[in-house]
Every structure is written in C-alpha cells, then in structure tokens.
Design a protein around this ligand. Structure first.
Ligand SMILES: Nc1ncnc2c1ncn2[C@@H]1O[C@H](COP(=O)(O)OP(=O)(O)O)[C@@H](O)[C@H]1O
Ligand SMILES: [Mg+2]
Length: 328
C-alpha cells in the first residue's frame, strides 16, 4: 500500500453510473448520469463540484461512497483501490455525506442528542453512557450548538441549525472525507456564509477532506482549493479555484462564470454576460460527441463526431473542448 504524503486521499478513475430506465414494455435504456469522470482530491483539500441541476453531481457523490455500485471505473482511497465488500466497509468508516435538505434528512421527532448519538450507537463508539454524553456535547460544540439544545427536537430548529445538527451527526464517526452535497442550497442566503465558514473551520480543526457540491459558483469559491465544472454527466473543466474564476477556458465554464455577479463595475462591464440558448438535454438522449455542443456558440462539425478528450492544458488545468485554442 502506498500512502505517503503525495498520494491523493481519494482518486476516481473513469467513473460511470448508468441507470436503467424503462422506455416501453420490456425495453430499457441507460441513463448516463455520470459518464467517464476522473479526478483526485488531496488530503485536507476541498474540491468544489459545480453544475446545473441534473448534471450528475449527487450521483458522483453517492457512487463514490458506494451507495450505488459503479457501472464502471475505479475508486481509490489512500493509495488502495476499493473493490471488495471488506474494502467498502472499511472505507465507510472514514467517509460520509452531508445532505442537501436538512428538513427531510433528520427525523423531526428525535432529540438532537439521539440524532447525533445514533451513529455512535451503530458503530459502538463508546463504552459508557457518560462517554456517549460527553461525545455528543463535544460534537454539538464543534458545530456551535448550545448544550441546552441536546434534549430538544429537530423540528424546533431553523434550517441553519438543522444543518448544524446534520453536520454534527456526520462528524460522529470521526470521518476523514465528507461529501457535502449542496449543504447550504436549502438555507436562507443570509446564513449560507455562516454555515460555509463553519465547514471551513471544521476542516482546519479536524483535518477533513471535502468534495463540496453546489450549483452556484459563488458558494464554492471561497471554500474550494480546486473546482470541477460538470455538464451532462461529464467534467468539462477542472482547475485551481482562482484559475477557474480568472481564466475559465471551456465555453460552458465561461457562461457559468459570466453569471456570477462581480462587485467591481469595470470588471463587470468587461465580462459580458453569456446567455446559453436552449435547455440541458436529457441524459437519456445525450448529444453525440461533445455533450455541450447543442448549446455551444462555437460548436463545429468535429464536436458532433468526436467526444473531446479531458486534457491537461497547463499544469493542473484540465479541459474537454476541441476548440480551446480558437476561442481563448
Ligand atoms: N436513482 C436514480 N435512478 C434513475 N435516475 C436517476 C437516479 N438518480 C439520479 N438520476 C438521474 O440522473 C441524472 C443526474 O442526477 P443527479 O445526480 O441527482 O444530478 P444533480 O445532483 O447534479 O442535480 C438526472 O437525470 C436524474 O434524473
Ligand atoms: Mg444533487
């Protein structure tokens, strides 16, 4: 096993997740929710994963955690491929997920202490009742919940506080890696920043590694070290967060970026808003060649014929587009 400092904590190679969908009596068709996705995440790093609703972000997260069996591809953790049932069980002790909707993911009729204590019970993570109680209070403290809240019910809390309860619960198993699946999308804009800052602080304090999913680029900007942009089941661009903001190369990333409000009016004037025509195609009927070509202002014949390779254009900056040189 190779787990020196330079080995990524998580590596995903050519991951595919196809769902069989019935399209008639006795007829099914693969819905390519994730189609040949590769990336790595270093220890204590945050990789942001952004893209419009339905592009496959949640499916990437769930497939990594083996909540769905991959259709194809490899998942490596700490230099070791996760293959057997035993590997999966071992991995699940170290990896967990925080969900998008803090309203439906917590049982409203359980107390905060029971919600946070449940994974401790399931995984036998204490030897005395007192130890259990102490650990619950410690986890509540991590996420800024007052100890007096322990005996109250989830339904008594606001969305932001519920998300804190959900995070404390995720932390109960001492994870190393967390898939954060749009953890602030359901929250008021006014409290989104607080919750994101909390993720940031917890990362420093506990040495966590995140895959941080969002549909809004602004949300991931400050928390991400690198950002991957996803479109119709594929990653179309991946680079350092600042690089993606200052020099997006893929036409889809450019369009997403142009929709982000810029505080500086001069910069804002220079960055004309790029409007995309049409809707995202269904992953059941994805276009041939480049998935983005039906909405791309630069598409050529080649784009319909060949799927562009996900290539490293400069150090650490990957793009899948046939016309990178012409349009940049
Ligand atoms: N369990 C499932 N069975 C069938 N189709 C699914 C399933 N989960 C997701 N999908 C489909 O896969 C695509 C990607 O979904 P999802 O990963 O939830 O996207 P995102 O999180 O980016 O909004 C969508 O077309 C969705 O309808
Ligand atoms: Mg999702």
């Amino acid at each position: 096993m190779n787990n020196n400092e330079n080995t990524p904590l998580l590596e995903v190679k050519n991951l595919k997740q196809y769902f069989d969908i019935n399209v008639g009596v006795f007829k099914s068709k693969p819905l390519k929710a994730v189609d040949d996705v590769s990336f790595y995440i270093n220890k204590k790093e945050t990789l942001g994963l952004v893209g419009e609703s339905g592009c496959g972000k949640t499916t990437v997260g769930r497939t990594i955690l083996n909540l769905y069996k991959p259709t194809a591809g490899e998942i490596w953790y700490n230099g070791k491929q996760i293959k057997t049932k035993a590997d999966i069980n071992e991995f699940r002790k170290k990896a967990t997920m925080v969900f998008q909707d803090p309203y439906s993911s917590l049982n409203p009729r359980m107390t905060v202490a029971d919600i946070i204590g449940e994974p401790l019970d399931v995984h036998n993570l204490y030897s005395t009742k007192e130890e259990r109680r102490e650990r619950i209070l410690e986890l509540m403290d991590y996420v800024g919940l007052n100890s007096e809240h322990a005996s109250r019910y989830a339904h008594e809390f606001s969305g932001g506080q519920r998300q804190r309860i959900g995070i404390a619960r995720a932390l109960a198993v001492n994870p190393e890696f967390i898939v954060c699946d749009e953890p602030v999308s359901a929250l008021d804009v006014s409290i989104q920043a607080q919750v994101i800052n909390m993720f940031d602080e917890l990362q420093d304090k506990l040495g966590l590694t995140y895959l941080f999913i969002a549909h809004n680029l602004l949300v991931v900007r400050h928390i991400s070290d690198r950002i991957a942009v996803m479109y119709l089941g594929k990653i179309v661009e991946l680079a350092d967060a600042e690089e993606i903001y200052s020099r997006p190369l893929h036409p889809y990333s450019k369009a997403l970026m142009s929709a982000v409000p810029v505080p500086d009016p001069q910069v804002a004037r220079a960055n004309k808003r790029i409007m995309l025509s049409g809707d995202i195609p269904s992953p059941l009927n994805a276009p041939s060649g480049c998935p983005f070509r039906t909405r791309c202002p630069h598409a050529t014949e080649q784009c319909a014929m060949e799927t562009p390779e996900f290539k490293e254009i400069s150090k650490g900056h990957f793009v899948a587009c046939h016309n990178i040189d012409k349009i940049n």
